[in-house]
Design a protein around this ligand. Structure first.
Ligand code: FE2
Ligand code: FE2
Length: 258
């Protein structure tokens, strides 16, 4: 048993998410075969060690605000190429959440390190989120035949989203005590509540992508899904291990895959 798959499944259960048994099986297998670095003790230790330096931590909040905004735009574009409109709507909601997360990271920075934000940085932070809301977002277009992405490519993308959202959840769990440690006592309830929202949202992103994966298994693609989950867990692990050497990917809750 791997701690990353078990942690993800326990958060899904905590929030009463309905998860297909077949999905649980393939997730467990993928994490068993390619144990994710973000579930290892050294990874958490490295994160805490880096986050103790406030300059690194400030930068990681800025980076996360930028990455969540980029992720929101990318995910919206992806939603426009999905033929299955049940899946496309879930992906659009995901994009709206990430747009909000970008603003939340900027807000966290503003609450914890107000003196670090000059007018230029503030102006820059405002550009990160695409400002998508449930009532305000780009028009929803049903893809034309030439825009439609091949079903297998869609599912490959959703599998990567799923595994990256599990990583995002773990990053939020590492982030939480650090945010609380930097918070002034009067800001602690607010910071903690924001962390609660981020953790809940990332769990819901795992849930919806797991639902799509489960549906695809149900449609008769079990062995393809199994192989792809194992392969993508491997490529994701490699991608972030390369980044660790540069010490710049450790705190990122990134969503984009390439
Ligand atoms: Fe996020
Ligand atoms: Fe997310």
């Amino acid at each position: 048993m791997n701690n990353v798959s078990e942690l993800a499944l326990s958060y899904l259960q905590r929030y009463n998410c309905q998860i297909f048994e077949d999905y649980k099986t393939v997730l467990r297998e993928a994490c068993e075969i390619h144990p994710p670095p973000h579930g290892m003790a050294w990874y958490g230790n490295l994160y805490r060690q880096l986050a103790r330096q406030s300059e690194w931590f400030v930068n990681s909040l800025i980076t996360n605000s930028a990455e969540e905004g980029t992720g929101a735009r990318g995910v919206w574009q992806f939603s426009q190429r999905i033929e299955n409109q049940d899946f496309a709507e879930l992906v659009r909601n995901h994009s709206i959440d990430e747009s909000r997360h970008s603003k939340m990271f900027a807000a966290l920075l503003n609450i914890l390190f107000p003196s670090q934000i000059d007018a230029d940085l503030w102006a820059k932070l405002q550009t990160f989120s695409p400002e998508y809301y449930p009532h305000q977002h780009p028009p929803i277009e049903i893809p034309t035949p030439d825009q439609i992405m091949d079903e297998k490519l869609v599912m490959d993308e959703i599998i990567q989203i799923n595994l990256l959202e599990i990583r995002a959840l773990i990053l939020q769990l590492l982030l939480r005590p650090v945010l609380q440690a930097y918070a002034k006592p009067e800001d602690l309830p607010k910071i903690t509540q924001m962390s609660d929202v981020l953790i809940y949202d990332e769990t819901k992103h795992i849930e919806y992508s797991a639902y799509c994966i489960g549906k695809y298994i149900e449609a008769g693609h079990e062995s393809w899904v199994r192989e792809m989950m194992i392969y993508r867990q491997q490529t994701i692990n490699e991608m972030f291990l390369e980044g660790v050497e540069l010490e710049n990917s450790v705190g990122k809750t990134v969503l984009t895959t390439q």
